[in-house]
Design a protein. Structure first.
Length: 156
């Protein structure tokens, strides 16, 4: 916001589109907002509430998810939702790149949220685009990963 002089992140995103064709602003626990200058489209997606253990790499994971959706030609809101989802899944594990979720973790999350009887139908519709993306057969979740070698009080 300092660069644009805007008083809120959404206004900053709009101001940035004077310089770039697509501006995305993450809003922390409030989700993400994006504006596409070429199409005039704007989208906002709420964050997924998770217990964060390690935010290392979450921004990189968010960008990777957004780029994946962009390359696949998804609508702006789906790109934001996917990016936010995989970033949220990534902060639940330790280890930066080791915590980046794969399709098995995404599939497990999707199956789990669909299994709740009291799940908000609006929230389910927001992620319904996952149905056509998730492979039929996936590995069990949580996936066993390598253990990070630094930051856990062990000497080398």
């Amino acid at each position: 916001m300092r660069y644009t002089g805007a008083d809120c992140p959404r206004a900053a995103a709009h101001a940035l589109t004077e310089h770039v064709p697509l501006a995305v602003v993450t809003l922390g626990a409030d989700g993400a907002y994006a504006v596409d200058r070429r199409t005039g489209e704007a989208a906002e997606v709420p964050a997924i509430a998770v217990e964060a253990m390690d935010p290392t790499g979450a921004g990189d994971v968010f960008v990777a998810g957004f780029v994946t959706g962009t390359l696949a030609g998804w609508p702006l809101a789906d790109r934001l939702a996917f990016a936010g989802l995989i970033a949220a899944l990534s902060v639940q594990e330790f280890g930066g790149s080791l915590s980046a979720p794969g399709w098995s973790e995404i599939a497990a999350w999707w199956r789990r949220v669909q299994s709740y009887d009291d799940q908000d139908p609006t929230a389910l519709r927001r992620y319904a685009f996952l149905e056509g993306l998730i492979p039929e057969v996936t590995r069990p979740w949580p996936l066993r990963r390598a253990v990070p070698t630094i930051g856990f009080g062990r000497s080398a």
